[in-house]
Design a protein around this ligand. Structure first.
Ligand code: BGC
Length: 503
């Protein structure tokens, strides 16, 4: 290890005059508190390796520079993106061409917490689907939840609609046999986490697939009918009485015990948001008059031209739906690992690794999806001085020749990618709160999804960015009466049962 390997100073060696950008675009020394403190530490560690074995290593410096420039998202860029989001949202609400669909959900009653009864729910999201049975006990209390989770095989995702809905109905059938004594009847809430044009609380046609689903014969069809037909053909007597997006379910799960929950986010395999809007501000609403309506924004499709870097473009072009869901492809769990993989293998970053490590990284992570978001999370979890756990993880994957500096560069790549994702998520959240005028008083933003729940520092980084964007809302301070990000665990499934109760 070089002489300066242990040094913690941020200052660049004088031999290298151009200062490196900080990942957020701010001066690192001004970053304090929450996600910013942790980011500054990792940032300083990466910089401390610039002086390597007695000399400045230009390749390493340029690799750091390439990463930080590609992923920086300073406050002025967040503000411009928020303005872009708001104008797309207004157009979407007016029924004008927009990349943000702003779909009315037919959920026009507030959940009070007093709803009671036994319900079933089915949650089809991205990686898994879950079947649940639960009792709403009133007083904001959800009784014990029975549930089963099934991984969705690629054959079901990419076969026919009958394959997919048949697979789901088979899962429901197993659940009834194993958990419900073979007999189940009553109302079922169906969480279907894809863009749907609803025509009623219990009816809606799929607009398009995403997150790697391509099952044929579903686009343009009523997904409730497709599910109901498969249930009926197996003799299952459950009645789908509510169709809900996972964001809506998440918001309603939180609202069952917290009247301030007016926004629901998913930060998981995919990303999206729903919120409570006044129908007077939804010019395209033609349905029965009502005061408020939950709107499913489908923000994952926000057009990101002008905000994407070279790696984002490469990834988008390799997906089954290039040009769409471009915001989602910069944020969500399905893509984070792939963004990182593409970045570290790109010559502009790969040059910063030692030759042996670069060669092994290239060989080990040659194929798409070989570097998962969960690996990124595990890498960022390691805060030990030599990144010993990163070393262990890399060995297990087949990368056996890496120096501590190689590990630090890899760690920095993960941090750049995930910090940008958190800041992008915060930017759209702040824009939505402003658009709905929810940034003034108390507002709970309910969040579900593995990226938010499990990715180290993601919540803190979001809060730090929200504090920059909405300083008066005090998001990062648990006791302030402002905007709060709250984990609504399993919200997407439980929420469908709550919406079924509203029906
Ligand atoms: C879908 C949304 C969903 C989100 C999170 C996106 O890909 O379009 O409907 O809410 O993923 O699951």
């Amino acid at each position: 290890m070089g002489a300066a390997a242990g040094a913690a100073a941020f200052a660049l060696p004088t031999a290298y005059a151009k200062p490196l950008p900080s990942p957020t675009g701010q001066s690192p020394t001004s970053q304090v508190g929450g996600g910013r403190k942790e980011r500054t530490e990792s940032f300083n560690r990466a910089d401390s390796f610039i002086d390597w074995q007695g000399a400045v290593d230009t390749d390493y410096v340029e690799a750091l520079r390439a990463l930080r420039l590609a992923y920086k998202l300073p406050l002025d860029m967040m503000r411009s993106l928020a303005t872009h989001f708001k104008s797309e949202a207004v157009a979407g609400l007016a029924g004008q061409p927009s990349s943000v669909r702003m779909l009315p959900t037919f959920v026009n009653k507030r959940v009070t917490g007093a709803e009671t009864g036994d319900f079933y729910a089915l949650d089809l999201g991205g990686t898994n689907f879950r079947v649940l049975r639960l009792t709403l006990e009133g007083g904001g209390v959800v009784g014990p939840v029975k549930s089963m989770k099934f991984a969705i095989p690629d054959t079901a995702k990419t076969g026919t609609g009958a394959d997919l809905f048949g697979f789901i109905a088979d899962g429901v059938s197993r659940f009834i046999a194993l958990e419900c004594g073979g007999d189940a009847r009553g109302a079922l809430g169906f969480t279907f986490s894809f863009p749907v044009e609803q025509s009623a609380l219990d009816a809606g046609k799929l607009i398009m697939w995403n997150k790697g689903f391509t099952a044929s014969g579903v686009i343009g069809e009523d997904v409730v009918q497709l599910l109901q037909a498969q249930l009926a053909s197996r003799g299952i007597a459950l009645q789908v009485t509510a169709l809900a997006n996972d964001t809506v379910g998440t918001m309603e799960t939180a609202a069952y015990k917290d009247g301030a929950a007016k926004v629901g986010l998913i930060l998981g395999t995919g990303t999206n948001a729903a919120y409570l809007e006044k129908t007077s501000r939804v010019p395209k609403w033609q349905g029965a008059p009502c005061e408020e309506m939950v709107i499913n924004t489908e923000w994952g499709n926000l057009q990101m031209d002008g905000y994407r870097n070279v790696f984002d473009v490469i990834i988008d072009e390799a997906t089954s739906n290039p040009g769409v869901q471009t915001f989602e492809k910069m944020i969500s769990g399905l893509y984070l690992g792939e963004i990182c993989r593409t970045s570290i293998l790109h010559p502009s970053v790969a040059r910063g690794f030692s030759p042996a490590a670069a060669a092994q990284l290239r060989a080990t992570f040659a194929s798409p999806s070989s570097f998962q978001s969960s690996l990124m999370a595990a890498i960022e979890e390691d805060t030990s001085p030599t990144l010993a756990e990163v070393d262990r993880l890399l060995h297990a994957a087949g990368v056996t020749s890496c120096t501590v500096r190689d590990r630090v560069l890899l760690h920095e790549a993960c941090a750049c990618v995930s910090t940008r994702a958190a800041r992008l998520s915060a930017t759209a959240t702040a824009a939505l709160l402003e658009q709905a005028q929810l940034d003034q008083g108390a507002c709970t933003v309910a969040v579900d999804g593995t990226v938010f729940e499990c990715y180290p520092h993601f919540k803190q980084r979001m809060e730090a960015a929200l504090d920059e964007l909405l300083p008066a809302a005090c998001t990062g301070h648990p006791n302030a009466p402002g905007v709060k990000l709250v984990l609504a665990k399993d919200g997407s499934g439980i929420g469908a049962a709550i919406i079924a109760a509203l029906a």
